[in-house]
Design a protein around this ligand. Structure first.
Ligand SMILES: Nc1nc2c(ncn2[C@@H]2O[C@H](COP(=O)(O)OP(=O)(O)O)[C@@H](O)[C@H]2O)c(=O)[nH]1
Ligand SMILES: [Mg+2]
Length: 218
């Protein structure tokens, strides 16, 4: 029975949420995985990650999304948080320009700790608070283009673009790993399919697939 449950997806992708404290990371996560939103601000405690399984290009993808437990407040996110991550959602708050200014700092953090092939989506959250806007959408767009990131404005409150942000990241990751598998297959003389089997965890940085157990225990 247990092994059946283990194999109800084709791929498991680890995605990390990063960005300043208070930008809405935990609510983006709860909106995406449980369709819940909480107006009260409370630090994330206890939860390490939440998952949701969805379809991408006809494949069943299990997204394992990691949320900080408030460490971002103390700039104390450890490299274990980034280990094995194939995607990142870098969130700022459109009503607080400081959180947008800090995007560069988060990108540096990703460059230092995460895999160089990590797929990054920048999200300007709280788009519902347009009367308090401090960061123009065009400024977000320009920075994203300069840094080679995807970009969307989101609202965890109104469930606006949250689904799309994750779908986009997961689709890009899937395309990256399919291309890698194809390249490996060609390098091997085009023999048996080099695409990993069901239930394997993909590391965009590695040419080999890790087992699920190996990935999640880190
Ligand atoms: N108006 C509005 N408030 C939001 C949104 N997302 C989060 N918040 C609020 O912003 C505060 C911080 O959110 P939280 O998810 O804890 O941020 P985190 O510290 O980045 O995890 C909470 O009071 C949330 O209710 C949003 O999209 N719109
Ligand atoms: Mg939080």
């Amino acid at each position: 029975m247990a092994s059946r449950v283990d194999h109800e997806y084709d791929y498991l992708f680890k995605i990390v949420l990063i960005g300043d404290s208070g930008v809405g990371k935990s609510n983006i996560l709860s909106r995406f995985t449980r369709n819940e939103f909480c107006l009260e601000s409370k630090s994330t405690i206890g939860v390490e990650f939440a998952t949701r399984t969805l379809q991408v290009d006809g494949k069943t993808i299990k997204a394992q999304i990691w949320d900080t437990a408030g460490q971002e407040r103390y700039r104390a996110i450890t490299s274990a948080y980034y280990r094995g991550a194939v995607g990142a959602l870098l969130v700022y708050d459109i009503t607080k320009s400081q959180t947008f200014d800090n995007v560069q700092r988060w990108l540096r953090e990703l460059r230092d700790h995460a895999d160089s092939n990590i797929v990054i989506m920048m999200a300007g959250n709280k788009s519902d608070l347009s009367h308090l806007r401090a960061v123009a959408e065009q400024d977000g767009q320009s920075l994203a283009e300069k840094e080679g990131l995807s970009f969307l404005e989101t609202s965890a409150l109104e469930a606006y673009n949250v689904e799309k942000a994750f779908q986009t990241v997961l689709t890009q990751i899937y395309h990256v790993i399919s291309k890698k598998a194809l390249a490996a297959q060609e390098a091997n003389g085009g023999g048996a399919s080099a695409l990993p089997g069901q239930g394997t965890t993909i590391n965009v940085g590695d040419s080999t697939a890790n087992t699920k157990r190996g990935c999640c225990s880190t």
